[in-house]
Ligand binder design. Structure first.
Ligand SMILES: Nc1nc2c([nH]c(=O)n2[C@@H]2O[C@H](COP(=O)(O)OP(=O)(O)OP(=O)(O)O)[C@@H](O)[C@H]2O)c(=O)[nH]1
Ligand SMILES: [Mg+2]
Length: 129
């Protein structure tokens, strides 16, 4: 099965994180996500992260830190997700592609439905905030 490499940004400010609702037509649609997307051929995860957050949220990253890698097989698709904590950025994040977005207190993340691969990330974040 093909495995896609994905760069994902956990955009943090104070004790809140910026989340977006995946369109119903997308893979894992109707679930909340941390913004990000597929790395292009021979593109590093960090370069893809900067590009995707600009495209999807309109921000320019000024400070980020690698957090965790998660590999997950959804059955129809296998993903390798590179999660980064984004702690500095220029601009105010919005849903540039029309997606519903929200700042959510990290302690409230448990109330949001994320794709299966994100579950260990949500648990790890909640343990630290
Ligand atoms: N962006 C993002 N993708 C995630 C997360 N968790 C997770 O399993 N994924 C999976 O990662 C894969 C790629 O993400 P994506 O659909 O955002 O890719 P993209 O922005 O390049 O989208 P496109 O295909 O519309 O161009 C999808 O299969 C998606 O289900 C997450 O928190 N954020
Ligand atoms: Mg995306």
């Amino acid at each position: 099965m093909i495995r896609v490499k994905v760069a994902v940004g956990i955009i943090l400010r104070d004790n809140s994180v910026f989340v977006a609702l995946r369109n119903s037509k997308q893979h894992q649609g109707g679930l909340w996500e941390f913004p990000g997307g597929k790395c292009e051929a021979s593109e590093s995860a960090e370069v893809a992260l900067v590009r995707e957050l600009k495209e999807e949220c309109g921000i320019s990253i000024t400070e980020c830190e690698f957090f965790k890698t998660i590999s997950h097989d959804y059955g129809d698709k296998s993903v390798e997700l590179f999660f980064y904590k984004v702690t500095g950025f220029d601009g105010e994040p919005v849903g540039k592609e029309g997606q519903e977005v929200r700042w959510v207190a990290v302690s409230d993340l448990v109330s949001y439905d994320f794709p299966e691969a994100n579950k260990p990330i949500v648990v790890a974040l909640m343990a630290h905030y």
